[in-house]
Design a protein around this ligand. Structure first.
Ligand SMILES: [Zn+2]
Length: 299
């Protein structure tokens, strides 16, 4: 490394004055110090999977930052949970109701703001055409929907899931996530199948796909006319399972269940045409595709 004094010596013979060079040296030092004070923190690093998300995917964001970052996707803020020193996880739900295209991902920590344009890809969902005779809608009791909405809003701080989620029952998948519907020929803008249906027989055990707290129990004979006998499991940090149409419920609100623990049995309660389990999985209140959670690793 060349010492500044040796440069001064070498330049001594030139016409530039020593005091001018000293001034330049001081200015350089002061500028470097100022730059160091403005940018003392390491760069904010962001990674996310899948790198090409499609409608229904959960985007798993990892942020390296010494302080808890604020993260927004498409204008909505999502919480960051610690995953070790200086590492944070943010789960961003997407659904068939989102418009595909460029979405703004904005990450802020105390010193830096990072903006990333994420391409949310389109996806073809199967459609169903239903013909319902008569024009009168059946009367809906808001009570059960209010209870379910209250459950879906839960975001508790501790994470209970570990590794891939378990298949909640046996039987073939009879309806996949995301199916759209036409009622009497009219596309239902707000409808999509918010889960996966398994066509198992009445009485087939239903297990918890991951550990969690039982945070909702609803019964057909207590005004759960559409959902039927229902169990909601809080897996923590905004991840929730809801099991519908059960014939039997083996747990009560407040219980803590382990992954694989039986919580009830398949049935045909509520508004159904036959026995099946509907398993809905949601992240921060939005029903996302459970398949990546069955296959992937969101740890
Ligand atoms: Zn279903």
């Amino acid at each position: 490394m060349i010492q500044f004094s040796s440069i001064l010596k070498a330049l001594n013979s030139l016409t530039i004055s020593k005091s001018f060079l000293k001034l330049v040296a001081l200015t350089i030092t002061a500028t470097s110090l100022t730059l160091f004070l403005i940018h003392p923190a390491p760069a904010l690093e962001v990674q996310f999977t899948p790198s090409n998300p499609r409608l229904g995917d959960t985007i798993d964001l990892r942020v390296n930052s010494p302080s808890q970052p604020t993260v927004s996707f498409d204008g909505q803020v999502y919480p960051a949970f610690p995953r070790g020193t200086g590492l944070w996880q943010v789960l961003v739900p997407t659904t068939p109701l989102d418009a595909p295209g460029t979405k703004n991902l904005v990450i802020n920590d105390r010193s830096t703001e990072k903006r990333i344009a994420v391409q949310l890809g389109n996806r073809d969902f199967a459609t169903q055409r239903l013909w319902i005779p008569g024009s009168d809608e059946p009367p809906v009791d808001e009570y059960e929907f209010d209870r379910v909405d209250e459950f879906k809003a839960l975001v508790t701080p501790e994470r209970h899931w570990r590794g891939a989620l378990l298949r909640p029952t046996s039987g073939d998948v009879t309806s996949v996530y995301g199916v759209r519907r036409y009622y009497n020929g009219v596309f239902a803008e707000d409808y999509y199948h918010r889960g996966v249906d398994y066509g198992a027989g009445t009485g087939t055990p239903v297990i918890a796909p991951a550990a969690g707290r039982i945070s909702l129990v609803g019964r057909e004979n207590q005004r759960f006319n559409i959902h039927g006998n229902t169990v909601g499991i809080d897996h923590g940090q905004g991840l929730l399972s809801i099991m519908l149409h059960l014939s039997r419920i083996d747990v009560k609100e407040g219980d803590f269940v382990q992954a694989g623990q039986v919580i009830g049995a398949v049935g045909a309660t509520g508004a159904v045409t036959g026995p099946h389990l509907h398993w809905g999985l949601s992240v921060h209140g939005k029903a996302i595709d459970p398949v990546p959670w069955r296959e992937g690793d969101f740890n």
